[in-house]
Design a protein. Sequence first.
Length: 604
Amino acid sequence: MGMVNVKGKTTLGMGLLLLLGLTLLVPGAGALYSFDGVPYHDRLDLAAHGSLQGGIYVGESRGLGFPPYEQNFELPAGVQISWARLYVGVWGGTERDEGWVQTSFNGHDLGKTLLKGINDDNPHVYCSSHGVYWVYYEVTDKAIPGRNTGISETSRGERGSKLEGRVYGIILVAAYEHEAAPEISYWVYEGNPSLHGMGWSGAIPSINDFADVDFRSSIDPANVNAARVSVVYLAGNLGEPDYLVFNGQEIGGNDVANSGNDETYGIDLKHFDVTPYTRAENRLRFLRGKDVNGDGMIEVDDEGNLEGEYYVHPVLAVLAVEHKTAEHTTPDFTVTLDVASLTEGANTLHAVVNNDGRLYEGDVRLRVSVDDSELYAGAVRMDASGVTKVSVPWIAARGIHTLSAQVNPDNAIAESNRNNNVYRSNVRIGGSPDVSVRILTPVREQNSAGTATGLLAVGAGLLGALLLALLLSRRGVTRQRAMPVALLLVVAVLSVAVVTCGCVDKQSGGQAPAGSGMLKYSVPVELTNEGELPGANFELALYIDNEKSAITTIERLEGGTSTIVAFSIVVSEGTHTVKVVADERNELQETRRENNVDELTFSF
């Protein structure tokens, strides 16, 4: 029986170019919509890890299809399923189109899940970019040896639903045990980063070129018999270069996300032998492309060849290592506390317990204390995911406090290392953050074409692009493939219009003549924290004429400090209302909220 049971391939084509981020067990990182990626734009999030005698199954993919979408999986006979998660990719069309997906697994209804685009807040849904969804379901108790079947239906075609609703694919990841199998360690990371170049991000012309996976805990490289990496991409395209790097070594060539060599359109599931490259600590990097000609951008080289993908979504990474002998014979528990954004008054401490050792399925004691006074003590359940998260309420008083957490405090469970069972941190509680926003004067960034001739050319280009896309789609070419061709036509016509009209003065930066169309502006926003405590991990949203146009995440803003956040937008000439909202989702515990909004009417 092999270490890793893997089948299938995967990749996708995506969206549209727009011109204009009590104590209870809790799930993983919250999955609020963000254009550049969820839950992070630059890395995947840990879903499961551990060591056992058995294997890892990762499959299957056959390409973008209409619902109901059915996928079969073959797990080895005679195994015991320790952990399993089912993933479903759905094409939303745009980030503003809403609908639902309903999935069953082996006849078990997993429920109807709402897909709400920019308003999505489901912790089991990762939505980014122009409506690319990656949904997961816990199916450990529903997966069986042998044949398994997943079926997904969506709201595509339903009256009132605008969701595009085709399914990229259904992927099953399962860790299993078997007495005749080798000893393995495994890591499963998930998420939905949107890697993209300039011009694909809507109102904010941002760039996102890479995403990382740092596989937690270390291994003994001398004890490695075999190692394999499995990855899943959505929205990759054949002929657009991208790269996968494991511990500094490129694997998979120069076009990894290529729709399964054009056989599984919309999704890539790829597997790579990385045995020669394994180290004590291992890292994987997804690269959208390379700046071949050194001009600072991943676009085209000096010969006109593409340097990278226009857009691609790495959504899954699995590392499975087969050991010569058992790497771990006992569990190894660690614990951390999330102490960001603590305020005076009601708080929630988030404790994360990991098992970096041998598989342990059972309860382990956890103790959380403040200033050596016990705040929580109880048992938390560990399983083959190797990670459990616990929320503990705390009413904080002003001052400096010592927070501590200890796992397995009574040594009831034998461990390979007890030196990492305690977490301790000193925190200062001194009131609350108080975030305010102020829109400064928008600044013109560049000119746009504007005479009547230019406008006619633009109109002709757009019409021609639409007709071309329609013609291609009728000839069997999907929108994902038709769109880049149509966009190239738009760019070409716009270029002719600009050259013909002479409306842009690149040297002087003078104003475009009256009647010009789209204008590019920078909207600076002064963001101030007037409180005593820092504000962390909150969103700043920009609205144009009451339509949300841009979102960015503020990682941290210290108390008593200010910063300038510049939004780059493209708007039509004329008067528009600009509104900025800080912490729209009420993540911060602030002393007041009326200063979180500012509005400005401006003639662009």
